[in-house]
Design a protein around this ligand. Structure first.
Ligand code: URA
Length: 199
């Protein structure tokens, strides 16, 4: 096993046994899977969504339902192959009836996301939606730069990691195009920023 695979396995073991999470009971009672994330552990681009929905909790795979279909279209539009990137969420268990994650849940699962970022060492982190944007930007000390998502979408920010500078790209959540189909061209245009991290 490669070192990164081994390190990610440890994060997964922590997630599986995360009894302190308020979502743990809901997961086990419904025989749902926790969703650690999937993709390339050497990815240049890491996508961070909000939390698994029903399809994701039933399969253990991120973005495999309606939002995933839009995300796949957006990736293809920018010439990004899904297996080449790493896709995860801040909160890694499904919140009841897809309610918004709580501050406590974001804090608990955020430590796992922090470890995943350190393992993968991406050159760009693309946040999908407001929850991921706020968590990631606060983590990198960019709190003062956080505008509403309507202004933040499609922007790139510099952030310092232990291994050098990276870009944080703040994007709309793919669900925005489900609620309002007219937003799809905007989401498609925003995704093109990531082209330079391909290959
Ligand atoms: N929405 C998310 O934020 N993440 C998923 O994995 C699926 C839908």
């Amino acid at each position: 096993m490669s070192e990164k695979t081994d390190q990610m396995k440890k994060v997964e073991v922590d997630l599986i046994g995360l009894k302190k999470s308020p979502l743990y009971k809901y997961r086990t009672e419904n025989k749902y899977f926790p969703v650690i994330g999937e993709g390339c552990l050497n990815a240049k681009i890491m996508f961070v969504g909000e939390a698994p929905g029903r399809n994701e909790a039933k399969t253990g795979k991120p973005f495999c339902g309606a939002a995933g279909k839009i995300l796949n279209e957006l990736l293809a539009s920018a010439g990004i192959k899904r297996p080449d990137v790493y896709i995860t969420n801040i909160v890694k268990d499904r919140p009841q009836e897809n309610r918004d994650p709580t501050v406590e849940e974001i804090k608990i699962y955020g430590t796992l996301l922090d470890k995943q970022i350190e393992i993968i060492k991406p050159k760009a982190i693309a946040t999908l939606g407001r929850y991921a944007m706020v968590y990631v930007m606060e983590k990198f000390g960019l709190k003062s730069e956080i505008p509403p998502i309507g202004q933040a979408h499609g922007k790139a920010h510099d952030a310092k990691m232990s291994y050098g500078y990276i870009k944080i790209i703040t994007l709309y959540h793919p669900c925005a195009a489900i609620y309002n189909r007219k937003k799809l061209p905007i989401l498609t245009e925003d995704m093109q920023i990531l082209r330079k991290f391909v290959g």
